[in-house]
Design a protein around this ligand. Sequence first.
Ligand code: FES
Ligand code: FES
Length: 365
Amino acid sequence: MAAPISQRPGRTAIKSVSSPEVGSRAPDFVLSGPNRNIRLSDFRGQTVILAFAAPGWDPALGTQMALFNTLARQIEPAGAQLLGIGLESPWCNLDLVGEATVRFPLLHDFDPAGGIAQRYGVSGNRALFVVDAAGIVRAKWILQTGLLPTPRMLDEVWRSLSRPLSVGGPALTRRQFLLGSLAISAALALSPLPAAAAEGTSRRLSDASEIRTLVLNVNGVDHQLEVDSRVTLLDALREYIGLTGTKKGCDQGTCGACTVLADGRRIKSCLTLALMREGQRITTIEGLAASGRLHPLQAAFISHDALQCGYCTPGQIISALALIDEGHARSDGEIREWMSGNLCRCGCYPNIVDAIHEVAAGSKP
Ligand code: FES
Ligand code: FES
């Protein structure tokens, strides 16, 4: 067995080597994870997907994290493990909730910086390696900055994943295969350097796109849609179904204007693909008022003057609905904390807290 790559302090000279070929042994390594050191060879008997992030990749922005989380969830039932490897400090400082909670080990390729990426021949690029239960590279996918995955790349990676993923373990189902393919495609398609990637992107995006038919249940009504596989839930709601109450602010997971409920849990609809939400119950601001009467939270926002321009308000109200349900409205401090993912550029925070507090306490708006 090849010796692990040493991460001893002071050892900084790493020779650049060519990337391990498909069919060869994956170089072993030891890196520090969130709570422990992780050695690749510890996962013998399991399939491992190594996901290398390019410099500048910021998982705290959310979109990338949501997609990688999706991938981690999909391969988990088949006994496979996703390991993220990156250089950025947010990888070790994430303290996020909901869709952004890290569901797989994030490894810090710090000592020396980028040493593992160099050993795998992927320095500065996004890459995925599929390493089988015996430690052999079964597929690899390296993307230069600004390039997007092609259907051929997807096929190559997923041919290896559609076989049983671990010794004696189950193979992915057809549905997992399709969704995982989408998640991998989308995750690697995200450019860490949007400006650099912009040139020529449309043509490459069209190469990777695929039209899918799906049924989205929104506010109790089924909508059959034909959408590009990369359409976000937010765009599906606004552009395809015509429910424009859900707002697009940052489109990056930071402002909360796009918050909706999926099976009762609040999510940022700009961070999830429409395809991934098929089969769930989506609730938007349009679904709250019943029989011509405002929902108590809507009425409380009005009576407490908890809005100025109103752009953030649908996201605030949906988030508040979930927050009360979660039991996180026991004090003003708690409300502020658990509403911190919803920004208001008009600064209506005190009034928003008052409105939520009133409804949570059960008083009439
Ligand atoms: Fe989705 Fe800002 S968080 S639009
Ligand atoms: Fe204007 Fe919140 S009311 S952004």
